[in-house]
Ligand binder design. Structure first.
Ligand SMILES: Nc1nc2c(ncn2[C@@H]2O[C@H](COP(=O)(O)OP(=O)(O)O[C@H]3O[C@H](CO)[C@@H](O)[C@H](O)[C@@H]3O)[C@@H](O)[C@H]2O)c(=O)[nH]1
Ligand SMILES: [Mg+2]
Length: 242
């Protein structure tokens, strides 16, 4: 396996949170477990969660160290896309990973993202549910159809050459992420699709690794009907502007 055992690379793991009190300790434990051979930091971007997520993160900082877990909160819920932008400003690594807090993105995949990047030299490695070896577990039929439909629609209109456009488990070379993010306008969930489409248009080397997305056990999704409308608007915007 290609490895970066405490080598020159540092991975900044950005985890956006909104009401993830019941998930945050486990995801951080698992990140530490699976990245023990690598240089990394975890950056939690919490948007003033009323459930006290930040209190748990502060306790975890006492256990793991404040240099390993950074809490970079914002006063209120400002949207998932802007949470990544905020986290990136505080990242000290030369690579950045973006992942959900609710264990839908299992940290066990992190070494395979890193391995793929080292083997190929890619600027982006994106987790995909829609190739052999990947999948979705635990979603109801409606959510499966929504995700599949969103992907098929975007594939048909935009031809990006990436199999999972709405997934958000990704590793970026930090310089690439900074460059791409500077041209992204979306603020919510559609941010993921805009990021990867703009990356393909800019000619970045993108590789994929299969992941199985497992629906959360604790808490609830923050994806509402308004995000679906925003997705459709974002799709049209990309169609016109890219
Ligand atoms: N800071 C912050 N975090 C947020 C916000 N909205 C959501 N989050 C956090 O973002 C992560 C994903 O939110 P979920 O609500 O769990 O999303 P989901 O419905 O499971 O959707 C997932 O799958 C989609 C693809 O099918 C993805 O498009 C989406 O990004 C996410 O990975 C979680 O860690 C959640 O706490 C926000 O406004 N601010
Ligand atoms: Mg989720």
């Amino acid at each position: 396996m290609a490895e970066d055992k405490k080598g020159e690379n540092k991975y900044s793991i950005i985890i956006p949170t909104y009401n993830e009190r019941l998930n945050i300790a486990l995801i951080i434990y698992l990140v530490f477990k699976h990245l023990k051979d690598f240089n990394f930091e975890v950056i939690v971007v919490d948007d003033g969660s009323p459930d006290g997520t930040q209190d748990i993160v502060k306790q975890l900082q006492q256990v793991y160290g404040e240099d390993h877990i950074l809490l970079r909160p914002r006063a209120k819920k400002l949207g998932l896309g802007t949470a990544y932008v905020h986290g990136l400003k505080h990242a000290s690594g030369n690579f950045v990973v973006i992942m959900d807090a609710d264990l839908s993105h299992h940290p066990k995949y992190l070494p395979s993202f890193i391995k793929k990047q080292i083997e190929t030299g890619a600027s982006i490695v994106t987790g995909t549910r829609y190739v052999t070896g990947g999948g979705v577990h635990g979603w109801n039929l409606m959510r499966k159809l929504t995700s599949r439909g969103a992907n098929v629609l975007a594939q048909t209109l935009l031809w990006p050459g990436v199999s999972d456009l709405t997934g958000s488990f990704r590793l970026y070379r930090k310089s690439a992420l900074e460059d791409i993010i500077s041209s992204v306008v979306s603020k919510g969930y559609v941010f993921q699709m805009e990021m990867i489409v703009r990356a393909t248009r800019k000619g970045y080397h993108i590789e994929e690794v299969p992941i199985t997305f497992v629906d959360r056990v604790y808490g609830s999704s923050k994806l509402g009907g308004s995000e679906i409308v925003e997705y459709l608007k974002g799709l049209l915007y990309l169609l016109v502007t890219t």
